[in-house]
Design a protein around this ligand. Sequence first.
Ligand code: MRU
Length: 366
Amino acid sequence: MKINGTHYRSVWLADDDHTVEIFDQTKLPFEIQTIQLRTMQDAATAIKEMWVRGAPLIGAVAAYGMALAMRQESSDENLRKSYDILVKTRPTAINLKWALDRTYQALENTQHSLREATAYRIANEIADEDVELCRKIGEHGLKIIQSIAATKPTGEVVNILTHCNAGWLATVDWGTALAPIYMAHDAGIKIHVWVDETRPRNQGGLTAFELGSHGIPHTLIADNAGGHLIQHGKVDLCIVGTDRTTARGDVCNKIGTYLKALAAKANQVPFYVALPSPTLDFTVWDGVKEIPIEQRSGEEQSHVYGITPEGTRSWVNTAPQGTFCGNYAFDVTPAEFITGLITERGVCDASAEGLRALFPDLCRKP
Ligand code: MRU
C-alpha cells in the first residue's frame, strides 16, 4: 500500500536481513514513525502494546519474533519459552497462535544450527502468503460491490460502512475488509466509506488515514451513528474484518461489530465479513461461549490520544478522576446476522456447511 506515493508493507526486514521493521501504529495517523525490532521481547512488546495490531499482522510479527528468538539462542528451551511468551501477548486473534504453531512445528524437528534461517524463511512465507490471501479476498469482495453498484442508477455512489481497521495496517498488505474497497475504487466504481471511529483506541483514524492515502472518499463517524445511517438508507453494505471465526461461522471482531450487525439485519442491509483462512478456528463452535475476549486497561477508555493545535501528541482524560472503566476489546456476532464470509477461496454462507464446502481440507467435524 502506498504512503505519499511510496509502496510499503506493514512489516518488513531491514537491509541487514534480520532486524524487523514496523510502523508504530500508536503514533499514526499523526506521525509516520518506524520501529526496529531486534529481539523476541521487542516483538512481544510490539504486539502487546499494539504498536502493531490487526489479526493477520500480529500473526506475521509473532512469526518474525520466533526468528529473532532463534537468532538470539536456538535451544529447545528458548524455542518453547519464546512460543509461550508470544502466544500470551494477545488472547483473541487466532492468527497469532496459528503463525506460532506453524513456526514451532517446523523448528522443533530442525537442527539447532538451521533454526534461525528456517524461522526467517517461515516468517517471510507467512508475510508473503498474507499479501496473496488478502489480494484474493479483494477480488472476491469486489464482485459483491460490483453487483450492488449495478443495481444503482448510473453515477450513484455505493455507501459502505466499516468498523475498526481491517486494512493494510492490520495485515501485511491490502487488508481484509478494505481490500474489496480498494479494488472497487481502482475499478472505477464510485464508493464512499462510513468509517466507525472505533473507541476506545480509535482504529477508525487508521482506516481514515489509509483511505485518504488512497484517495477514497470517506466520512469518520461516531460509533453510535451506524444504526441511524443504516436505518435511513445511507448504507448499501457493511464489510468488517475478524479476529477469529468459528466452525459454524460466528465472527469475533472489534467491540461494537455486533451492534452494527444487528442494525444491518433489522434493516435488510447486507453484512459481510472478510477473512483469510488463518483466521478460522475450527476447534471452536459457539463463539459467544468459547472465544476469550481480551480486556485491556481502563485507561484506554478514560483517556484518548489526540494532537494539539501546536502539533504535539496529547493523552487527554475524558472521565471523572477515579472512574472505574471497562475495556472489552472484542465481541462476537453470531453467524445468523452475517450475510456472507469473503475468503481467499470465494464467498460462502456463515455456516458450518458453507465453511466446510470451501475449506474441506481445514475443517474438523464437530
Ligand atoms: O485490537 P485490534 O486493533 O488488533 O483489532 C483489530 C480488529 O478487530 C480487526 O478488525 C481484525 O483484526 C481484522 S483485521 C484484518
